[in-house]
Design a binder for this molecule. Structure first.
Ligand code: IMP
Length: 829
């Protein structure tokens, strides 16, 4: 059944298609791709053609290096790491490939000689937006670090036909349009028609007894969808090491078609073909909320089942038994999205390989590790038992058996404690019985990690308290990180150049080296250059804002930026309250000195998230009033930049003076935008939440603006409600003025209904995000920000110190910790 066609090997020595990487070779290779593959006359080719030809030329080099890299894995009999993620938020590949391969000079010259401009070609590339936000971008940063640190690893996921939707703003509202990023094909996607695996769904399980009298299950009468491998290659930084993300694409199986053909039902056969291919059609656009739909479950199993066939195929090349499996294979589950892998590996070991339960379970637990990304119970995935049992009947049986054995253990630990049994069970016995995927992932893994120190502590003490009590060594912390290659070297060439001039470029692969910048934190000449770089980046962003929002902003003003998914817990609304307050100050007290600001937002809301979409409308409505009020001038401008994505982030982040990281303490697991901004010289205004706490530890309390409640205080307020929003409203005239303006229709042409849901939330005692409870502290802190910015030398000093002290937040550090502490690898750097 699992027949795989291997890439044919022959006895001839592999001859390189691409003999060198000099300028002349590049030109030839680009021309070759233009003519042979695209049928274009090089004299008449446009930017899009040349972008493609260049990408193919680079891919040739990458492929050669990838094969060499893979051979070193085999030669060294290395333990392989598999990073399973339903999302990879890749962004663009061209610039990153050129930089990581160290070919900037050659490519630039080759293009110049051919009459093309690299910057323009880079703009031809569609973002690969196969992810929603933090979780997906983390996976992509990890791929970069894994390649740079030469770790024998692979990313596995889904090649969606449609990535995260495109966002337009129409009359202030978000409008979604499909992201058909593959309509012209992607030169970075390597389709491997020879790697096809069958994936089963539905059907039923029949029990038999094998020749040794052991229970054996057979999963039969299933529907089969084929998974085809599509590889994206990821180069390490200037190290000739190339790894791959293997993304699965659903293809109809031939058998399925034949069944209907034979019954004479041609149209149904074709319809069914289309239906089975919908599995990899579209990325679910929700972030931090669980989607309980059958298609989503099928996506999860589809990619897990194909991945494990690939893992076992590779493992079997050098192994006859499974004894060594956990020493050869480590699997990291990025959230619970791939957690169905636990019963899937059990199924393969029990039903296909014939291992006994104990042995199979031991292998599973040693193989799997699970990363949790959330503190919010509504984001924890659960599947209705009925649905899971229908789509994956054998897996439900296995989950029940895992649970039966696990609950026996719980009962032994806590005799007579029914509450523990109920809370820890893999099955939620509510009105609709559901499988708790987080509980499954915890029980089936040897490591469960949070993504920042505070997050991990909160997991241990609240969300996963019972499990932590029972398995005290299982939960550990791995603070997230970001790749310095994309998030400084590539996105901020000016700043990288300035830093490089002073301290060299070792920081690119050893971010702690940025510490050497501290020497210059009081050097006036360096200050001047630092400021000039920021201004260049701000001017570039100002042009983008003019082009996309038709708003003229002044690059000399303080750029105050909040870009991230729109979510109530991230509190873009709190930011808007400050915008309104700032506006009201300008109008009512025009004589007061203020630091002029440009306040910038960007981010997408899940299409079904009504409240978040209303917040977008409010931001745009406030912007319309403020930007058109002649009394304000350039002292305040507000812009919502549409269609936030990785390539836009690369333009926005280097231009920030102030980074808004203002989630309610205890809600944001880590955040990585916070790190990207600080690495690019923005100062943070933030709460003591997620990785903000560690950023403060690193940069020093003097170099960050912290306000608001701690996680503990927020938890206390949610329970005890000692301070009430309406009391704050009544007591503080500034707060009242802000709320009254929204409620009274000042930003909705007198309509008092439009934003009522937001006003009601703000004033409600049950507001889970406690906006008004943090508002006074936020406004005060923002005032301080304005004062410090006015003292330019102090601001720049702090900006330099932020950059200098960001070493900890390199994803190289994070990956080293995963490798050594979870995956059982030794890293020599
Ligand atoms: P895979 O690991 O089987 O997916 O193969 C990836 C690449 O590694 C192949 O395209 C080969 O270039 C190389 N490769 C595969 N199997 C072997 C092996 O047994 N020894 C050395 N190299 C191999």
């Amino acid at each position: 059944m699992n027949q795989i066609t291997e890439t044919p090997t022959n006895n001839h020595a592999y001859s390189s298609i691409f003999q060198g990487t000099g300028v002349e070779e590049f030109k030839k290779c680009i021309q070759h791709h233009l003519m042979s593959f695209q049928g274009r006359d090089p004299d008449r080719a446009g930017d899009q053609d040349v972008y493609r030809a260049l990408s193919y030329a680079l891919r040739d080099v990458l492929m050669e290096k990838w094969i060499k890299t893979q051979k070193t894995f085999y030669a060294g009999k290395m333990k392989r790491v598999y990073y399973l993620s339903l999302e990879f938020l890749v962004g663009r590949s061209l610039g990153n490939a050129i930089i990581n391969m160290g070919l900037m000079d050659e490519v630039t010259q080759a293009l110049e000689q051919l009459g093309y401009d690299l910057e323009r070609l880079r703009e031809c590339e569609e973002d690969a937006a196969l992810g929603n936000g933090g979780l997906g971008r983390l996976a992509s940063c990890f791929m970069d670090s894994i390649a740079t640190m030469k770790i024998p690893a692979y990313g596995y996921g889904i090649r969606y036909d449609f990535g995260l939707f495109n966002q337009k703003i129409v009359d202030g509202y978000q409008v979604e349009t499909p992201d058909s990023w593959l309509r012209l094909g992607s030169p970075w996607m390597y389709e491997r028609t020879s790697f096809m695996y069958p994936v089963q769904f539905y059907g039923h399980v029949t029990a038999t007894t094998d020749e040794n009298g052991r229970y054996r299950a057979r999963w039969t009468d299933t529907e089969i969808v084929m998974a085809m491998a599509c590889d994206m290659l990821v180069p390490g930084f200037k190290n000739d090491h190339v790894i791959n993300m293997r993304l699965w694409r659903a293809k109809a199986s031939r058998e399925l078609d034949l069944r209907f053909f034979n019954a004479g039902n041609y149209i149904t056969a074709v319809e069914n073909k289309v239906k089975s291919e919908t599995i990899s059609k579209v990325l679910y656009p929700s972030d931090d909320i669980s989607e309980g739909q059958e298609l989503r479950l099928k996506q999860q199993y589809f990619f897990v089942a194909a991945t494990f066939q690939d893992i076992l195929r590779r493992y079997r090349k050098d192994n006859d038994t499974f004894d060594d499996f956990p020493n050869q294979v480590a699997v990291q589950l990025n959230d619970t999205h791939p957690a169905i892998a636990i019963p899937e590996l059990m199924r393969l070991l029990l039903d296909i390989e014939g291992l006994g339960w104990e042995l199979a379970w031991n292998i599973c637990v040693k193989t799997f590790a699970y990363t949790n990304h959330t503190l919010m119970p509504e984001a924890l995935e659960t599947w209705p038992v009925d649905m899971l049992g229908r789509v994956l009947p054998r897996h439900l049986e296995i989950i029940y058996e895992i649970n039966r054995r696990f609950l026996e253990e719980v009962a032994l630990c806590y005799p007579g404690n029914l509450r523990k049994i109920q809370e820890m069970s893999l099955i939620d016995e509510g009105p609709v019985r559901r499988v708790r995927m987080a509980n499954l992932a915890i029980v089936g893994s040897h490591s469960v990690n949070g993504v920042a120190a505070l997050h991990t502590e909160l997991l241990k003490n609240y969300l996963f308290r019972n499990f932590h009590e029972m398995y005290p060594d299982r939960i550990n912390s791995k603070t997230n990180g970001i790749t310095p290659r994309r998030w400084l070297l590539k996105c901020n060439q000016e700043l990288s150049g300035l830093i490089g001039d002073k301290i060299g470029y070792d920081w690119v692969v050893d971010l702690d080296r940025l510490r050497d910048l501290e020497t210059y934190c009081d050097d006036p000449a360096f200050h001047q250059r630092w400021q000039a770089v920021k201004l260049v980046n701000k001017k570039r962003l100002a042009k983008i804002i003019a082009a996309t929002c038709c708003i003229e902003v002044d690059p000399e003003t303080l750029f105050d930026i909040q870009v991230k998914r729109i979510h109530e817990y991230k509190r873009q609304l709190l930011n808007v309250l400050h915008v309104i307050h700032f506006y009201q100050r300008l109008i009512t007290r025009p004589e007061e000195a203020v630091t002029p600001r440009t306040i910038i937002f960007a981010g997408k809301a899940a299409p079904s998230y009504v409240k978040a979409k209303l917040i977008i409308k409010l931001i745009n409505s406030v912007a319309a009033v403020v930007n058109n009020d002649p009394r304000v001038g350039s002292r305040l401008k507000v812009a919502f930049i549409p269609n936030y994505c990785v390539s836009l982030a690369e333009r926005i982040i280097p231009a920030a003076d102030l980074s808004e990281q203002i989630s309610t303490a205890g809600t944001e697991a880590s955040g990585t935008g916070n790190m990207k901004f600080a690495l690019n010289g923005a100062l943070t205004i933030g709460t003591l939440d997620g990785a903000n706490i560690e950023i403060r530890e690193e940069v020093g309390a003097d170099n960050i603006f912290i306000f608001g409640m701690t996680a503990e205080e927020a938890e206390y307020e949610k329970k005890c409600k000692s301070r009430k929003p309406w009391q704050i409203y009544e007591r503080n005239p500034e707060v009242r003025e802000i709320i009254d303006a929204i409620a009274g229709g000042a930003f909705s042409n007198g309509d008092t209904e439009l934003f009522r849901p937001l006003v009601n939330d703000l004033l409600s005692e049950n507001d889970p995000y406690l906006l008004l409870l943090d508002l006074e502290s936020y406004l005060q802190c923002q005032r301080l920000v304005g004062e410090v910015y006015a003292d330019r030398a102090t601001w720049i000093r702090r900006s330099i110190l932020n950059v200098a002290r960001m070493g900890k937040f390199s994803s190289d550090r994070t990956i080293k910790e995963y490798a050594e502490e979870i995956w059982g690898l030794k890293i020599d750097r």
